[in-house]
Design a protein around this ligand. Sequence first.
Ligand code: ZN
Length: 194
Amino acid sequence: MIVVCPSCFCKYSVQDEAVGAEKMVRCSMCGATWQQSAGGEAEEKKRRFIYLTQWTFFWSIVFVSIFSLFFARNALVKIWPPIGDFYEALQGEPTKSFAIQNISNFFVVKKGGLYMGLKGELINVSDKARSLPSVTISLTDDENINKESPYQKVWTHNLTYEKLLPNQKVAFETELQKVPYNNLICDIKLDALQ
Ligand SMILES: [Zn+2]
């Protein structure tokens, strides 16, 4: 069998009977002595293989964990919302929580005249499940914009969802009766509560 010196890695070919649990061997190159088990080089290879496998497995877990934390945060928060607090702690300053998107208006003819409607979506742009703010829509026009309080509140709505998860959105829609404005200017606000 082949015996390898653990100190200088010199290889020796020895008779099987020369080694065993009880036998000490000595390297003639560097003088190191060690107790040589009967497995020899094959056993050493097996031991190294197990060590490498464990090492690779460990670092794979570390890598996947780090990758997940930084690149799959939305998915993670969805699975386990409290982790959003962890991300916020990392970032320090809380980021913007909600955004309004896809705002559009439409007109409806009803008994009593023309009604204008506004619709849009409220989306949670943070990393955390959040309570919804209420949405307030105020209107003004060219003639009133320079007044002290130009905007007239026309619609406030507390959306019914308890909480929105990251990237989750909710649609809102309202009809404003007989809008008495020319050149309408719309202001949409999200009230605190975030
Ligand atoms: Zn040696």
